[in-house]
Design a protein around this ligand. Structure first.
Ligand SMILES: [Mg+2]
Ligand SMILES: [Zn+2]
Length: 190
């Protein structure tokens, strides 16, 4: 039998890179200074590292879908150059207000829906109940909660505002300053 691997799911905007609205060119993909090291730490802990990101800019017609692929390629290369590895990227291209009806949904993959996590688990053989999700919005953590993955909210991006919004909070969530602290805490719990 093959053992399922545990994963750390990472939100992209506001968690790995600066929150920049709808980035549509590489100059707007700005890494936090600790992101490469944090991902390398998680790799060393034996976790699959999977990016799960809502990219409604596609549905809204403000981000070309091809750019999302280009951005992920760029992020993967930057990680690789620093000895870090992202195992896969998954994104949701839908939004309820999409111009294009086919992108309007409802879909099962726009966080807080857990579709991206489920898809990754099926593709990569992941044990969701032993996995974690790190994000700067409660909806990231809610996607994890829906499949039994533990959540860590980071205070980067919009995380500081989200921390105050206790109406939307996810029970038992850990709140830390940034992805570096999240990685350290996940390794401690693992
Ligand atoms: Mg985010
Ligand atoms: Zn979707």
């Amino acid at each position: 039998m093959s053992a399922l691997q545990r994963a750390v799911f990472l939100d992209r905007d506001g968690t790995i890179i600066e929150e920049a609205g709808y980035p549509d060119r590489l100059e707007r993909i700005v890494f936090f200074p600790f992101s490469v090291d944090a991902v390398r730490t998680l790799n060393g802990g034996g976790f699959a590292v999977v990016v799960v990101t809502n990219q409604s800019g596609i549905a809204r017609g403000v981000v070309p879908e091809a750019f999302v692929g280009e951005a992920h390629q760029y992020i993967a290369e930057r990680m690789q150059a620093g000895g870090a590895r992202i195992d896969a990227f998954y994104y949701c291209r839908h939004h309820p207000e999409a111009f294009d009806v086919s992108l309007r949904g409802p879909c099962d993959c726009r966080k807080p829906q857990p579709g991206l996590l489920r898809r990754a688990a099926a593709d990569l053989g992941l044990d969701l109940s032993r996995s974690f999700i790190v994000g700067d919005r409660w909806q990231d953590l809610a996607a994890g909660q829906a499949v039994g993955a533990r959540g860590v909210l980071v205070r980067t991006g919009v995380g500081r505002e989200q921390e105050q919004r206790t109406d939307a909070s996810v029970p038992d969530a850990l709140v830390v300053d940034d992805l570096a602290a999240a990685a350290a805490s996940i390794l401690q719990q693992a």
